[in-house]
Each structure stands twice: as structure tokens, then as C-alpha cells.
Ligand binder design. Structure first.
Ligand code: CMP
Length: 698
């Protein structure tokens, strides 16, 4: 009741007294009053009693009074009892007006961060209740509400949720659940990069850096960073200058945070930052400013380091410009793997060229050369023109299709990119009028083996095979950027980026798998087949030892293929020692309980590890399909967090470089290398089954 009339004189008097002077009776009166304050309604009686002794009354006569400034250290939490206040943010102006019953100033306290906004009294004679930081931390911090919403112009812009700290027993912190992209960035700069804060080791910053491309394109990010950096410009881009030393400090702090942000950004996604012209330009631009500001000496060092990395990257790009990847005679991207087998393979980039064939229904073909970024539509039109396929109404009548070795057809969308690298092992690209799709059949050669060295694998030492396969796979894995996981999950055309390196790595998985099957069913002599089966089990064991789990899975899955598992005569002759080993391995790749066996064992490994990539992709897809990207107009950051965790798993696997001791002196190294870099593979299950039945008719 008191609240509605405004606190009466007695109450004010009590609330102005220091705690030790408040009598029991007075405390009871304050407590009664606190029961009616909505901002405290979620708190228990005992906490309200504690508050009664420390809560302070404060009043201000003049509208326009600044209670505190954005960037200040947070000292108190406030409840507005009478009057109104404006919440003002640099570069945005007034974002909200708070009224009687609202509270503010909690954010800085719970995050140990500077004030996120300036509070200006909007009316004369405002009454406030105040809880100072020490009391807030002691009494309220750990019992605070679970969610905290920030609004601008009446709409939610940031929702934080309380989480228990991993370490530390009683303290809690708040993490971002959802928000608008720019408010999240603002919050991040305020709380995760501020110079005044202690170490805050949650993953918000890293999550944001890994996933922002989903909800905030680089161009927008750079724009926002620029306005945070140039906080001293007014709306018209004129330098408004700092009015006071505090203002000046604040502006310097903003600049420092942006520089630190850039540093962390480059650490998180490496060359992807430099690849974007807007980002590269922005870094160069602020570098000039940072270097000329004596207050930013430390930051000048940081930005200098970033610039060095950037120019090294650009030089490297220039040297490798226009790399060419080939799809040789029978149409597969063999040289994507082999190329120069002694050199380390380099990363496939958007503007690299790729040479490939496009077929039509009668199996005639044309050979095309295009950059990776070329869309399916361009390829379609060009191929149709070369092959003189006429469409009734025009290009929309034509389709570009992959025909797999089993005859399955997969139609490419017009805006699909990097088509050739995404083909299945023995798949071919076809162009056809839409209504003649049924006429497309695989080439006879597709049912046979891919190109590769015909060599007796029996003759090659198993450990050396595993060793070279691991080095090779490591190279492929190394080339995959974490971003490719996002492109793959959300669809690469959303980003206009390629997933070629990921495609090639996944393709390699299939290649190893079908190589095992192909070799098994091509061995007609029973004893030889048993020896080969033993060899593959040993090979899997070595791959596992080398922590090449991708190849390990592929080999075991190859042996579990129906064309191999049905070879009972062969399996019967397998020594029990090998059979036991295989059963053990099978248990490890068992997908039940969400691949629990694998997850448990990979969790114990230290990097370098080559992970089972298809599972990581599955985790990404699971996070994507099970969660909306945006909820009520805000980015669902929980989802971004899930995806970033998977991307971090990739990063962790590569956080130490692979160094292996060669198992034997280099005698037939180059032979093994050429063999493993391109296996001869049949990927048509029908052919494989037929071959299997032929060797063991049962
Ligand atoms: P704090 O950062 O401690 O100080 C400024 C306060 O303004 C902040 O806590 C919030 O309690 C309050 N506030 C209200 N709306 C917003 C908003 N949109 N952005 C930031 N702070 C806000």
C-alpha cells in the first residue's frame, strides 16, 4: 500500500539510516514494504528480511541527472519507486524508458562487466531503492531469477540465462540464450572483451566467432564493429570528441575491445577472416588508426601481428592462384586426391578451376573447365550448348543430374556450387531435358572400378599402408575448414561458399570403405581371401593405433558390407584371435545409443586425431533439424552453441600436428603412396554382390 502512495516520510527516514541503526521494529516496517515490490517478488522471505537491513533510499530532484554512465564500473542495483529513467546507449540513443516498479543495473553486477548503458533521470523528483554490490553479491547473486531480458523500444533484444559455474561453488553467471545479432555483439564486446573484467571462460565469444556467419554476414559484422570502433563519431560521421576524461577513457576502451575482438576472430577462424574483402579492408583501415594512437600501443602490437598473418596469407594465395583440379578420362576427381603425391595437398578454393565431364543420355560427353564457385545452372547451360541439347522453353527445362553407379539420379539445384567435388565415387554428371530424366542410365564403366593402380595389396606391408593412409587422411582432414560444417548443414548456397574439402574428405571415407569390399570380392582364391581379411583387420588395428578413426571406421564398415559378411567360408577360416579383434572393432563402430562406444573411446584420446567425420556431420544436422535458428525474431543461440561445440571438436582433433615415425625404412614408399592415394574402387552394390556370389555361391 505504501508503494502506491510513495514511501512515506518515516520509511524514507529509516531507509536513509545505516543498517546498524535500524531497529527491529523499523526493519519489520521495511520488510512489509518490500513484500509489495514486484522486482523482489521471486525472492524468499528470509532474503527479503536480509534486504530490509541493507536496502537504501535515494532521491534525485532534477530530471536530466545522470545516475551512471555506460562503461562505468557497476556499484549498485536499483529499483525505481517513483518517476522514470531513460536507458541510453552510445550510438543508439535512448533504447528504453523504465517506470515505477522496474529495476536496472543488474547486468554489470552479475557479469562483473562495465555498465551496458547510461541511466538518465527523465522526471524531477525520482525515488530509488538501492542495493550496493557487496550486499547484492552476498544476498542476491546466487538466488537471482533464472532469466534476464533486455528490451529496446519495447522488444526483447537479449535473453540471458543463469548457469552454474563449472568451478567455484556458489557463484553463478549468465549466458546468452538468444538475442538480436547486434545486441549479442554489443554484449560480447561489453562483457567478454572488456579490460576491466576478470577472466570469463565461457564459450560465448568462441561460439559467436564460429557461427556468426549463420545469422550475421561478415559485411554486417564489420559494419557493426566499425561503429563500435568509431564510437566517437556522431550520426553524421563527424568526430564529436570526448567531453570529459571519462568519455575519453570509454572511447579508448571501445577501440581496445574491437582490436581484441579481431585478434580472437583470426585465432578462431584463421584465413576465413582474410578471405572476406570487407573484413580485410576493415582490418587495414583500423590498423592505421590504432598505430597512430599513443593510447593504443599494446593494440598496435596485436594488429601488427594480424596484418603480418594477413599478408602472409595473401602472398600464399597469389602463389597458389588458379590451382587446377582435374577429373580425368573416366570422369572422376582422381587428381583431387593424387595430384602430386609427394607434396602436401593444398586446400581447394572457390576460385580454383576444376576440369570435368558432363554426359548426356546417349553417353556422349563434353569436357568443361570452370572455377569451383560455378553454379549448377551455368554448368547446365554451357554443357547443353556444347552437347547441342535443345530445351523446349529454355534453361528452366533442363536439369543437371548426378547419375550414380546404381542408376540413382540426384538432381542439382540451380544454385548448387562445387558440383564435381560432391559426386559419389563412381557418379557422373549428366545434363538432360527435365521430362527425359528417365532416359538417363549409368555408363557401363560406372559399374566397374574407378581408375587407380592395379596392385596386389597383399604385397604391401600392412603397417606402412596404415602409416601412409593416415598421413594422407590427415592432409585431407587438415584442409577442411570448420566453416564447411556449417555450409554443409545449412546448405552451401546460403553462404555462396564451397564445401569441396569436406566433400573430398567424406569421399575418401567412402573410397576406403568400398576399396575393402572391392578387394575382398575380387580375390577368388579362398586362402588368399582369408589372408586378405586378416590383413584388413590388422590394417584397421594400425589405423586405430595411429588415431585415424575415420579410416578405422571405413575399413570395419567395408568388412561389414553384405558382400563381404556373407562370405562364410572365408570368415570360418579366420583364426579366432582375428575374429575376436574384429568383434571388438565392430562393437566400437556400433551406432546404438548414439554411437556411445565410439564417443567414449574418442573422448579419452589426445590430439592429433582424425575423427569419424560422418558422425560429426550427423551431430551438426541433428542440432540443426532439432532447433530453430531464430525464435520470436531472436537468434536461438543455444543452437549456435551446440554447433560450435561440434566445430570445436574438429579444432581439438587438429590442435596438435600429426607427427608419426615411419614404420620401416623408406624402400617402397612412393609405390605405397601412389597406391593408397587412389584406390581402385567399385561402388555399385549390385556388382559387388554379384562378384561375391561368384566367389562363394553358398
Ligand atoms: P547495467 O549494465 O548494470 O547498467 C545499465 C542497465 O540498463 C543495465 O544493467 C540494465 O539493467 C538496464 N537496461 C535496460 N534495457 C537495456 C538494454 N536494452 N541494454 C542494456 N541495458 C539495459
Amino acid at each position: 500500500a505504501l508503494l502506491h502512495r510513495g514511501p512515506d516520510a518515516t520509511l524514507r527516514l529509516i531507509l536513509r539510516k545505516p543498517s546498524h541503526e535500524r531497529t527491529q521494529e523499523e526493519l519489520e516496517l521495511v520488510f512489509e514494504e518490500l513484500l509489495h515490490i514486484p522486482a523482489l517478488s521471486h525472492l524468499s522471505t528470509s532474503i527479503k528480511r536480509e534486504l530490509a537491513s541493507i536496502i537504501v533510499f535515494e532521491s534525485h530532484a532534477q530530471a536530466g541527472t545522470v545516475l551512471f554512465n555506460q562503461g562505468d564500473e557497476g556499484r549498485s542495483w536499483y529499483i525505481l519507486q517513483k518517476g522514470k529513467v531513460d536507458v541510453v546507449i552510445h550510438g543508439k540513443g535512448t533504447v528504453a524508458t523504465l517506470k515505477e516498479g522496474d529495476d536496472f543495473g543488474k547486468l554489470a553486477l552479475i557479469n562483473d562487466a562495465p555498465r551496458a548503458a547510461t541511466i538518465v533521470l527523465k522526471e524531477n523528483n525520482c525515488h530509488l531503492l538501492r542495493v550496493d554490490k557487496e550486499h547484492f553479491n552476498r544476498i542476491l547473486r546466487d538466488v537471482e531469477a533464472n532469466t534476464l531480458r533486455l528490451q529496446e523500444h519495447g522488444k526483447d533484444v537479449l535473453i540471458l540465462e543463469r548457469v552454474a559455474k563449472q568451478r567455484g561453488l556458489t557463484a553463478f553467471k549468465y549466458t546468452v540464450m538468444s538475442g538480436t545479432p547486434s545486441k549479442m555483439l554489443e554484449h560480447l564486446l561489453d562483457t567478454r572483451l572488456g579490460v576491466q573484467m576478470g577472466p570469463n571462460d565461457d564459450s560465448f565469444l568462441d561460439d559467436f566467432l564460429l557461427t556468426h556467419i549463420v545469422f550475421m554476414p561478415v559485411a554486417q559484422l564489420v559494419d557493426e564493429l566499425a561503429s563500435h570502433y568509431h564510437n566517437d563519431m556522431d550520426m553524421d560521421g563527424n568526430r564529436s570528441g570526448a567531453d570529459s576524461p571519462e568519455d575519453y577513457d570509454y572511447l579508448i576502451t571501445c577501440k581496445k575491445r574491437v582490436v581484441q575482438f579481431i585478434q580472437r576472430w583470426v585465432m578462431a577462424v584463421r584465413h576465413a577472416v582474410f578471405e572476406d574483402p570487407a573484413a580485410a579492408h576493415f582490418i587495414e583501415e583500423i590498423a592505421t588508426d590504432v598505430e597512430s594512437d599513443p593510447a593504443l600501443q599494446e593494440e598496435a602490437g596485436i594488429i601488427h601481428h594480424v596484418l603480418t598473418q594477413m599478408s602472409r596469407y595473401q602472398e600464399d594465395r597469389q602463389q597458389n592462384a588458379g590451382q587446377k583440379w582435374k577429373l580425368p578420362s573416366n570422369g572422376q576427381p582422381i587428381t583431387l586426391f593424387s595430384g602430386n603425391v609427394t607434396a602436401t595437398r593444398s586446400i581447394i578454393r572457390m576460385d580454383d578451376d576444376i576440369i570435368f565431364r558432363v554426359y548426356c543420355a546417349d553417353h556422349t560427353f563434353c569436357t568443361l573447365r570452370f572455377p569451383i564457385y560455378t553454379t549448377a545452372e551455368v554448368i547446365k547451360i554451357c554443357a547443353a550448348d556444347k552437347l547441342q541439347i535443345t530445351a523446349n522453353r529454355g534453361p528452366e527445362d533442363l536439369v543437371l543430374v548426378e547419375v550414380k553407379s546404381n542408376g540413382e539420379r540426384v538432381i542439382f539445384k540451380d544454385n548448387d556450387l562445387s558440383i564435381p567435388t560432391a559426386l559419389s565415387l563412381n557418379g557422373r554428371i549428366f545434363v538432360s531435358p527435365k521430362d527425359h530424366l528417365d532416359a538417363l542410365t549409368p555408363l557401363p564403366e560406372q559399374e566397374g572400378a574407378t581408375e587407380g593402380l592395379e596392385m596386389d595389396v597383399e604385397a604391401l606391408p600392412t603397417k606402412d599402408l596404415a602409416y601412409h593412409m593416415t598421413l594422407f587422411d590427415w592432409d585431407l582432414f587438415w584442409s577442411v575448414h570448420e566453416y564447411e560444417l556449417l555450409y554443409h548443414t545449412f546448405g552451401k548456397h546460403h553462404f555462396n561458399k564451397n564445401t569441396s574439402n569436406l566433400d573430398v574428405f567424406i569421399r575418401r571415407f567412402n573410397e576406403i570403405q568400398y576399396w575393402v569390399v572391392t578387394e575382398m570380392v575380387s580375390t577368388s582364391n579362398l586362402n588368399k581371401r582369408v589372408a586378405l581379411l586378416k590383413k584388413f583387420i590388422k590394417l584397421a588395428a594400425y589405423c586405430k593405433e595411429y588415431q585415424n578413426l575415420n579410416a578405422f571406421f571405413a575399413i570395419i564398415m567395408g568388412m561389414s558390407n553384405s558382400a563381404v559378411s556373407r562370405l562364410t567360408q572365408t570368415w570360418d577360416k579366420l583364426p579366432s584371435k582375428f575374429r575376436k579383434l574384429f568383434t571388438e572393432f565392430e562393437a566400437l563402430i556400433d551406432p546404438s545409443r548414439n554411437h556411445r562406444a565410439y564417443r567414449m573411446s574418442v573422448g579419452k584420446l589426445q590430439p592429433p586425431v582424425i575423427p569419424f567425420m560422418p558422425l560429426l556431420l550427423k551431430d551438426m544436422t541433428f542440432a540443426h533439424e532439432g532447433n530453430k535458428t531464430s525464435v520470436d525474431g531472436l537468434v536461438n543461440f543455444e543452437k549456435m552453441h551446440m554447433m560450435a561445440s561440434t566445430m570445436r571438436a574438429v579444432r581439438f582433433c587438429r590442435s596438435r600436428h600429426l607427427v608419426l615415425d615411419p614404420p620401416s625404412p623408406k624402400n617402397n614408399d612412393s609405390q605405397i603412396r601412389s597406391y593408397i592415394s587412389c584406390f581402385r574402387v567399385i561402388d555399385c552394390q549390385k556388382t559387388l554382390n554379384a562378384m561375391s556370389k561368384k566367389i562363394e555361391p553358398r
